[in-house]
Design a protein around this ligand. Structure first.
Ligand code: BGC
Length: 391
């Protein structure tokens, strides 16, 4: 039936134009949710897609808080997914059960390694599960057998004027993976209108415990599945790093990078010196080390620029800003091509890199490193921004 007062002719055309313009300018930050399938134990996982007003998108599942996709423009405005990952929850579960790449995941309670899987806190020795053994030496890696990357988080979508967000919450029980205290963890992801993925971490505890949270996204700024990252150009705002032993545990020394293949204080291609004869590169099978960020006079927890990566073909740039004291640069040396990613292409060696902001590895056993111990009454609070642009 015809509407009685429906405008016709030029009026209708003008109204249609106004409506179309409104739709165009109405591109606002938004978040949508759909099923991401079922875990082996029967629980349902969701996939949340955050979109900003300029068309960038970040997809996150509440399983492991995993960042599944990061879709950002190149210098010509072409969008591509620059995060390594999988299409299905099953593929993530399978990966965690075998090779353990930690694609995109939230890492905790302690990101990176703890020597021999133990530490002494307030006179008491805590024994953790060991789940990794570089050089044949067992250690605890990334929170243990079932770290924060393998748990289902409670999720709440958020929308603000200039950002879409997802708040994740997980209660890590006293004794979980050997760690003391009930740790109440909140991680909030934001995709801002400036094409930034901002990650805010917070935690409280009822017993003293180490806490070192990070995100384990692997980036390939040409696009995931496209190939090697060795031509990406890296700058690290770090004049010092922590050399490791063959078990990839820091020796305790804080060494200058000057004159070594670890000097990225000026932009250098990742692959330029990766095959140099160097004992540290041999231990890591390439770069898999922790740099101490030059924080200058910045207040504790204030965001400072830690890293920048430039991809020459697409012009994409990734800047990393953080309140953390250190950053693990890992260039995917252990990717072995066994796992096919979202585009069906196997992720071979060095086809993605991680820039994991954190405290240095094994801090609970390294008295000279900044403390990672959170005590009752204190609040763990830290943030990291991955900012995408192109030039
Ligand atoms: C570590 C690597 C490890 C990888 C697991 C990185 O954070 O530095 O040594 O193999 O995580 O995928």
């Amino acid at each position: 039936m015809k509407k009685p007062n429906a405008p016709r002719g030029p009026v209708a055309a003008a109204l249609a134009l106004i409506a179309a313009a409104a739709t165009l300018s109405a591109a606002q930050p938004a978040i949508t949710m759909k099923s991401f399938g079922t875990l082996r134990d029967g629980r349902a996982a969701q996939l949340y897609t955050l979109a900003n007003s300029s068309g960038a998108k970040v997809a996150i599942t509440n399983y492991g808080g995993i960042v599944v996709r990061i879709i950002v423009p190149d210098r010509d405005g072409n969008l591509a997914d620059v995060a390594l990952g999988y299409d299905t929850i099953g593929a993530y579960e399978k990966d965690g059960a075998t090779s353990g790449t930690y694609f995109g995941a939230l890492i905790g309670r302690y990101g990176n390694r703890i020597a021999r899987g133990q530490f002494t806190l307030d006179g008491k020795t805590c024994k953790l599960a060991t789940n990794n053994d570089p050089g044949g030496i067992p250690c605890a890696l990334h929170g243990g057998r079932v770290g924060f990357d393998k748990v289902l988080w409670d999720a709440a979508p958020l929308v603000e004027k200039d950002a879409a967000g997802l708040r994740l919450r997980y209660l890590s029980k006293d004794g979980e993976e050997g760690y003391p205290g009930n740790l109440d963890v909140t991680v909030t992801y934001w995709l801002t209108d400036r094409n930034e993925l901002r990650i805010e971490y917070a935690a409280t505890t009822d017993k003293a415990t180490p806490v070192n949270l990070t995100n384990h996204s692997y980036f390939n700024l040409r696009g995931e599945g496209i190939g090697s990252i060795l031509d990406h150009v890296l700058t690290l705002n770090a004049a010092r790093y922590t050399p490791v032993d063959k078990g990839l545990i820091p020796t305790g020394e804080i060494a200058p990078v000057a004159g070594t293949p670890f000097d990225f204080t000026k932009p250098r291609a990742i692959g330029e010196r990766i095959n140099d004869a160097n004992g540290q590169l041999a231990f890591g099978g390439g770069y898999d080390h922790n740099w101490i960020i030059d924080r200058g006079t910045a207040r504790a927890r204030a965001l400072v620029k830690a890293a920048e990566v430039y991809e020459p073909v697409t012009g994409r740039v990734l800047e990393v800003l953080t309140g953390e004291p250190a950053i693990q640069f890992y260039c995917g040396n252990f990717l072995d091509g066994k796992n096919a990613g979202k585009s069906g292409i196997a992720y071979g060696k060095r086809t993605g890199f991680c820039l994991e902001t954190q405290h240095s590895p094994d801090s609970p056993n390294q008295p000279s490193f900044p403390s990672t111990i959170l005590r009752p009454g204190e609040r763990y609070e830290t943030a990291t921004v991955y900012r995408f642009s192109a030039r």
